[in-house]
Write a protein that binds this ligand. Sequence first.
Ligand SMILES: [Fe+2]
Length: 157
Amino acid sequence: MTKITIDLIEEFSKDHYTVMEKLNSIADAADNQDEARIRTLAKELDELLGPHFYFEEMDLYPATKRFVGEERVEEYIEDHEPVAPTLENLKELEEISPEKAEEIKDKLTSFYKHVNDCEGTTVLVDALLEEEKNELASKFEKYRKDIGSLTSWKKES
Ligand SMILES: [Fe+2]
């Protein structure tokens, strides 16, 4: 059996705080009409969210099904859908007008909402059996090494 070196909930939750910081920074950069900063932040989010979303969609959300039901799991996954196309656009953002800045910030609202929902799943994960948690932890650790950016694996799937 693979040795588990990560604390699943801690690692997973840490990602959400990092995502929140980056979303806040994107909102600030939009207010300052700093498109170069937005492009950089979007690239960083794309890298971070690649393994994170993969893990959630393939393993973590399905593991919460027995608590929240199939429909809720589908909602979690559907909430991910606009993220890759939005990051794709932000990574190539060339010129930002005040209107565009507002549009970007509007879009971030649904992202904030999802981070909030997603962090709530840690309570459910904690309620899983120890062996299930260990299995999830080893998968998360593996995906961190093997899975590339969100926009790249979404394009392939
Ligand atoms: Fe998440």
